[in-house]
Design a protein around this ligand. Structure first.
Ligand code: PEP
Length: 249
């Protein structure tokens, strides 16, 4: 039985005041059921870690540096630093990083490795654009996004990782994948892991992300290979986020 996960990606939104209010509202509801991860912008991680102390809520980063350790890499934040301030999870390869920062599959395989070496659990985001879907390339694109990580780091690396299927055409657009579309791709993702190791494939959580809202979450999470959600816009409103967490019970 895979325990469900709901992760909130705040993207480049918020402030210290907003973090205090949002986390306060979530804590007051003491949501049970899924593992819950909040991914604020990196400058607010310490604050959110402090707010979540003593609760079951966990904190993740939205990105990390490609290189380990420290060095002359202005603007970068390493996996060690994220771990040092209390993050325990990190998104790797969100489509906005792939698109606006030209992050490649090889680069992301290094970030994935760096995260794990520092004790962070990577959430590897994969997904196709609308053009790739219309060209019938969904499996080719997602297969390569996954196998780049397996080639570089080995299948055992997925013993301590989560995957998130995020069709690029569904992120922030209000266009959600149907439960059947999501299930089809999630089953494909699991089959790619199973080609290497059936046990790991059976245990790895695969989240769905892309316009998840309280109204569609339950149906998506009821699919056999959908193990929770990666939530953008709806993670910024406590009532929506809590309703989505409740749908993952
Ligand atoms: C995301 O940020 O990963 C995401 C899925 O956003 P939204 O829920 O707003 O589509």
């Amino acid at each position: 039985m895979r325990r469900k996960v709901v992760a909130g990606n705040w993207k480049m939104h918020g402030s210290r005041a907003m973090a205090r209010e949002l986390v306060g509202q979530i804590l007051a509801a003491s949501p049970g059921g899924p593992e819950i991860i909040l991914c604020p912008p990196s400058v607010y991680i310490s604050e959110v870690v402090r707010l979540c102390e003593g609760s079951a809520l966990m904190v993740g980063a939205q990105d990390l540096a490609e290189r380990d350790g420290s060095g002359a890499f202005t603007g970068d934040v390493s996996a060690d630093m994220l771990h040092d301030v209390g993050a325990r999870w990190v998104l790797v390869g969100h489509s906005e990083r792939r698109e606006y920062h030209a992050e490649t599959n090889d680069m992301l395989a290094r970030k994935f490795d760096s995260a794990q070496k520092s004790g962070l659990t990577p959430i590897l985001c994969v997904g196709e654009t609308l053009a790739e879907r219309e060209a019938g390339r969904v499996e080719e694109v997602i297969g390569e996004q996954i196998h780049a990580v397996i080639r570089a780091n080995g299948i055992a690396t997925f013993e301590n990782a989560v995957l998130a299927y995020e069709p690029v055409w569904a992120i922030g657009t209000g266009k959600v994948a149907t439960p059947a579309q999501a299930q089809e791709v999630h089953a494909f993702i699991r089959s790619q892991l199973a080609r290497e190791d059936a046990n790991i494939a059976g245990l790895t959580r695969v989240l769905y992300g892309g316009s998840v809202k309280p109204a569609n979450a339950a149906e998506l999470f009821a699919q056999p290979d959908v193990d929770g959600g990666l939530i953008g816009g709806a993670s910024l409103a406590a009532s929506d986020f809590l309703a989505i967490c409740a749908a993952a019970r």
